[in-house]
Write a protein that binds this ligand. Structure first.
Ligand code: FAD
Length: 448
């Protein structure tokens, strides 16, 4: 899986190995990958086949969801099975202010603890000492509401679950886990194989996902703010500002010397999410945007009037009646705000992500000599020539951003990467939005 570029680095295979046989490590591109002894490598196949989220031999999202959510009658190709869907945000406390979107993911995690449904929540925190651990973020177990709240925010940074999954296997209790779609799928696949996980993981909270980035994205942000990545203590990838719409991302960096820096994403050479800079190659073969195997999933409401309101709104896809009752009760009590929406509304909020994961995936699978088994068939439906160019450009930017950054980092010459990235972005914008002089030329030649 690693050699084929289909390992997302979730850590599931390491969690299921004997202690010390394998670990999760950063590779040369700043992506977490498993690394183990020869014996482990020889034997890992039997674990990986059934529980790796990108394995062609593993059960797919549709089959998992139909077994997990028998009471969720509605199946939509974009949202998967669901009981209900909402757009909304938290009203009580400062969840909305601290959260990336409407704060409902952290609120839900807290509510599970508060109501006694779970004893601990596995989710992502900033590392206290990034210098020592070599990582800015990690999965950790929160056992109090305050701990859950401290982990709010979206981390576009590699994290892995081996540590928290080992704890769940070893320590009795009832757990919830928060994750992007492939991580939640890995958890559900492992629950099929390990009765202890099946019993102990009482709730899965999914985050919608466009793609996962390597650790180099955080380093690049630091470079472009004029600081050395080793000086960074903490990054907030999406700091909210009353004078910016929610979809106008602003990154804030806290340095070890106490200084802070901030920068909007858009003017950065790699700040256009759609261009695919530093995307993990596994994301090229993903077909799940909305965490279809999670009990409940949260995303950003990327449609108006919500997208431009600075405070942030969630879209929510609920797949169990129990969680739906919990949300409705809180809404009736005025603690959160929810408006029912249909699957088409939720799909519209993720139009770009769904294009990349469905039409774009079909195109990528058709160009693959040994395509993995996916729910999407190769080349169906065929994209227009313009869309084909965009998909190919995006894949190429992802691949080359890893390589160019590696060269610039090794030679300590930032401009190698920054000049390449600016040129790549200009070409991408010319084809995707017909922007600039190059865009006009693309338009005149009928290429855009
Ligand atoms: C890599 C990535 C890509 C995303 N892409 C999209 C997208 O394309 N479209 C979209 O609508 N939404 C996307 N999201 C989800 C979105 O950014 C918000 O996380 C979501 O809307 C919930 O917001 P909130 O305010 O309710 O959550 P918050 O209250 O901010 O809570 C977020 C919770 O998620 C946990 N968390 C943060 N990062 C990670 C991570 N990497 N892995 C596991 N858990 C994590 C936090 O610890 C916290 O518990 C993405 C998130 C990530 C991490």
């Amino acid at each position: 899986m690693v050699r084929a570029g289909r390992c997302i680095g979730c850590g599931g295979c390491v969690a299921q190995s004997e202690a010390g046989a394998a670990v999760m490590r950063f590779d040369a591109y700043g992506q977490l990958k498993p690394s183990g002894s020869r014996a482990w490598n020889r034997n890992a196949g039997s674990i990986v086949g059934k529980t790796c989220p990108f394995s062609s031999d593993a059960v797919d999202e549709d089959e998992l969801a139909s077994a997990l959510f028998p009471d969720a009658p509605a199946h939509d190709p974009a949202t998967g099975r669901h009981v209900t869907a909402y757009v909304g945000h938290v009203i009580e406390g400062d969840y909305r202010q601290q959260g990336s979107s409407g704060g409902l993911a952290s609120w839900m995690a807290s509510e599970l603890l508060r109501s006694g449904r779970v004893d601990a929540v596995a989710h992502v925190h900033a590392c206290e000492d990034p210098g020592a651990s070599g990582r800015l973020f990690e999965y950790r177990l929160s056992r109090t509401e305050a701990e859950v709240r401290a982990g709010a925010g979206s981390r576009y940074y590699p994290v892995e679950m081996s540590g928290v999954l080992r704890t769940m296997l070893g320590e009795p209790g009832r757990y919830a886990i928060v994750g992007i779609p492939c991580f939640v799928k890995a958890v559900q696949l492992m629950r099929r194989c390990h009765p202890r996980l099946r019993e102990r993981i009482a709730c899965t909270i999914g985050l919608f996902c466009g793609h996962m980035k390597s650790a180099r994205f955080a380093e690049s942000l630091a470079w472009q703010m004029g600081v050395d990545a080793r000086e960074v203590q903490r990054i907030d990838f999406r700091k909210k500002h009353p004078d910016r719409p929610a979809n106008w991302y602003h990154a804030a960096i806290a340095l070890k010397n106490g200084e802070t820096r901030g920068h909007d994403w858009w003017p950065l050479v790699d700040g256009d999410w759609g261009a695919g800079f530093f995307m993990d190659s596994a994301c090229n073969s993903c077909d799940d945007v909305m965490a279809e195997t999670a009990d409940v999933s949260f995303g950003d409401a990327w449609v108006e009037p919500y997208a431009s309101s600075w405070q942030g709104h969630n879209v929510v896809v609920v797949r169990t009646p129990d969680l739906d009752a919990l949300l409705r009760e809180a809404s009736d009590a005025g603690r959160i705000e929810l408006t029912p929406v249909d699957a088409a509304f939720v799909a519209a909020t993720q139009a770009a992500g769904l294009r990349q994961r469905r039409e774009g995936l079909a195109f990528r699978l058709a160009r693959c000599s040994d395509p993995p088994r996916k729910r999407v068939q190769p080349d169906a439906p065929a994209p227009t020539p313009q869309r084909r160019r965009i998909y190919a450009l995006r894949a190429s930017i992802s691949r080359w951003s890893h390589r160019m950054f590696r060269i610039a980092r090794a030679l300590r010459i930032r401009t190698i990467y920054l000049l390449w990235a600016r040129a790549a972005l200009t070409i991408y914008h010319a084809f995707a939005y017909r922007r600039g002089r190059l865009g006009a030329l693309v338009n005149r030649l009928g290429l855009g």
